[in-house]
Design a protein around this ligand. Structure first.
Ligand code: HGY
Ligand code: MN
Ligand code: MN
Length: 415
């Protein structure tokens, strides 16, 4: 018995996720960062898949890969689908990639069945969402929506290269701040499919759920400056050890977040200078990531953490400097689009589910130019930002069926 076309499409999609998941800047682990060689190779592969789904493709000024299928006549609105192609370090193969590749097989199925869509469709593979290289997320979708600021262009990576230099290097005709890809009036909305990266759908034993809102997040760098010195000859009482101070602050941030659910606070990177076993650390830069569904709570928590850091620094005679690199308010998904998506979930999965996203997504940035909706897909143990990240073919097939149903439902609404 020949398998159902969407079951076959899911098998193709899973093979493509595996193939894309092998394109990395690092051996034996998946890492693809902004404008890297692996990102260029990933764009080349996904470009081919976009074109084989009948889309016309181009890469924009900030490296986003865009595939477009025009509507039956000029002047029709555009439905935007997509997610990001960059990854964190030692990543899983579903975060971002699923939301770029799944729409391609959905559009291929609609084309196979000659389903007429009374709108254009654009699938976007954003070039940078994770904020790994420049510690500030969403450079891809900010470029697509005309929200890149001059301050973004001044951010420097670990080698001291600025965003502007990185962008100018890739485009022969120089770089200017990109305008929005589309005016708000020309857009129907943006739908992003993404793994949940959390435990809720697994607990409810559901394949998919719709997202009601995306938590706000603040990221930045906290630099502590003390005094480097000889590990063997400097008495403990005379030390101004920046790493010891930073360690206190990491635990204070964790303690405060544990006491203020659903606040989360994370120190993900620590740069130690001079960084030798027999030298007292003179300078530390730690990254701080603070998130909460309500902006006032996030801002209050950040202020508390920074005040505690100041107290530790004063007691240890350290200089303390905070440099914010990102600040995004919480975003509510479009009730209209989400209701339409929930109707598709009910038809395919029979049981709806609605959840808040603790993770940030390109939908946060896209909400500035158009209504947004998100479909979450169950991932094993809620694990993500880890090579063992996994979404099952059965759950991916449910998400594919929901997306196809959603697009047809939207088409009927606009016919
Ligand atoms: O960090 C995040 O929330 C997302 O995975 N970029
Ligand atoms: Mn991620
Ligand atoms: Mn993601």
């Amino acid at each position: 018995m020949t398998p159902d076309p969407l079951t076959r499409a899911t098998q193709r999609l899973v093979r493509r996720l595996d193939e894309l998941g092998r394109i990395s800047d690092e051996p034996r682990k998946l890492t693809r960062t902004f404008l890297s060689p692996a990102m260029r190779r990933a764009n080349t592969l996904v470009d081919w898949w976009m074109r084989s789904a009948g889309l016309r493709t181009h890469v924009d000024a900030v490296g986003n890969l865009i595939g477009r299928r025009e509507g039956p006549r000029p002047g029709l609105k555009t439905l935007l689908l997509g997610s990001h192609l960059d990854t964190v370090r030692d990543a899983g193969r579903f975060d971002g990639a699923l939301g770029v590749l799944l729409p391609l097989v959905a559009l291929a199925d609609l084309r196979r069945r000659a389903v007429a869509l009374p709108f254009a469709v654009e699938v976007i593979g954003f070039s940078e969402e994770e904020g790994v290289r420049f510690a500030s997320a969403y450079l891809g979708s900010k470029g697509y929506t005309g929200q890149v600021r001059a301050s973004d262009l001044r951010l420097r990576d670990a080698k001291g290269v600025t965003v502007r230099e990185a962008l100018e290097k890739r485009s022969r005709e120089g770089f200017s701040l990109p305008k929005p890809a589309h005016p708000r009036s020309s857009l129907l909305g943006y739908l992003e499919v993404h793994i949940e990266q959390g435990p809720v759908l697994e607990k409810k034993d559901l394949s998919v759920g719709v997202v009601s809102a995306i938590a706000g997040q603040t990221r930045g760098r906290l630099t502590l400056r003390g005094q480097a010195g000889h590990a063997g000859t400097t008495p403990m009482a005379l030390r101004r050890d920046a790493l010891a101070g930073a360690s206190e602050i990491v635990l204070l941030a964790e303690e405060l977040a544990r006491a203020s659910k659903p606040l989360v606070a994370t120190v993900g990177t620590l740069v130690i200078s001079p960084g030798a076993p027999n030298v007292i650390p003179g300078e530390i830069t730690l990254s701080l990531d603070v998130r909460h569904p309500h902006d006032a709570n996030r801002r209050a928590a950040l202020a508390k953490i920074l005040a505690a850091a100041e107290r530790v620094a004063r007691r240890r005679k350290l200089a303390c400097e905070w440099t914010p690199t990102q600040d995004n308010g919480a975003v509510a998904c479009s009730p209209e689009m989400t209701a339409l998506l929930a109707a598709s979930v009910r038809r395919v999965q029979k049981r709806p589910a609605e959840l808040v996203s603790g993770a940030g997504h390109d939908a946060v940035v896209m909400s500035a130019i158009t209504p947004v909706a998100m479909l979450f897909v169950r991932c094993r143990d809620g694990l993500s930002h880890h090579p063992d990240e996994f979404a099952s073919p059965a759950d991916i097939e449910v998400a594919l069926r929901v997306m196809v149903d959603f697009i047809e439902r939207l088409a009927r609404k606009h016919t």
